[in-house]
Design a protein around this ligand. Structure first.
Ligand SMILES: CC(C)(COP(=O)(O)OP(=O)(O)OC[C@H]1O[C@@H](n2cnc3c(N)ncnc32)[C@H](O)[C@@H]1OP(=O)(O)O)[C@@H](O)C(=O)NCCC(=O)NCCS
Length: 185
């Protein structure tokens, strides 16, 4: 059902190396490859080389698996923009936390999982990054579903800009910012 399901429970858990065959399959799925294709090959060896150091904690990006009613269906990744200076210079707040995501199981898209996943991520980020004033995501300007899900959970759209990709191509993306409001204890 579009827009939310009765009895839908979505949680995030830390990714392990045991999840990488699923991640490779998700990365290869056409609806994900469309937006992550510039991140390189999606075979298990390439995916292990790309995500393994993040899982091991030797790269600044943290990886999470999205579980919908107990089933692994996708992933979320987050990082401090300042840890990627060449990217941070393109953004309004280099101190922000960046977030990217994909629901790899096609059958689980368009059912409210993305919205619930981002709400779970906002709760997690609030605990893990208590000093941060904003969160940041920059979907391709054509990625209507991603722009809409960000808007639904409170991100505001800002400037469009051209983002160099790992494969040498350039994507025109929309900078989206979530302003963190904290209440005095
Ligand atoms: C983008 C993504 C996370 C959205 O999650 P989702 O579970 O499919 O989205 P939801 O079901 O929570 O829907 C959220 C909103 O987006 C809308 N939406 C979902 N898919 C849509 C589509 N293909 N076209 C237009 N709107 C769409 C929904 O209608 C809903 O808005 P509404 O409540 O106003 O009706 C998911 O589709 C996905 O992972 N796609 C492939 C990878 C990707 O694009 N990652 C992001 C890269 S920046």
């Amino acid at each position: 059902m579009r827009g939310g399901e009765v009895d839908l429970t979505v949680v995030l858990r830390p990714m392990t190396r045991g999840d990488l065959p699923d991640v490779a399959r998700w990365r290869a799925a056409p609806h994900v490859r469309k937006w992550f294709g510039a991140d390189g090959e999606s075979d298990l060896a390439a995916v292990t080389a790309h995500y393994g150091p993040r899982i091991d904690g030797t790269s600044p990006t943290r990886m999470w698996v999205v579980e919908a009613n107990g089933r692994s269906v996708g992933w979320v990744q987050d990082y401090r923009l300042r840890d990627y200076p060449e990217y941070a210079v393109l953004t309004p707040d280099p101190e922000a936390v960046g977030v990217d995501y994909a629901i790899g199981e096609r059958a689980f898209t368009g059912r409210g999982v993305g919205t619930a996943m981002l709400r779970a991520w906002l709760r997690s980020a609030g605990e893990r990054y208590p000093d941060v004033a904003s969160y940041w995501s920059a979907p391709d300007h054509r990625n209507v579903a991603s722009l809409r899900v960000l808007e639904k959970v409170g991100f505001e759209q800002g400037a469009w800009f051209d983002e160099p990709q790992r494969d040498g191509s350039v994507a025109t993306v929309v900078g989206c910012t979530f302003r963190v409001t904290r209440h005095a204890p």
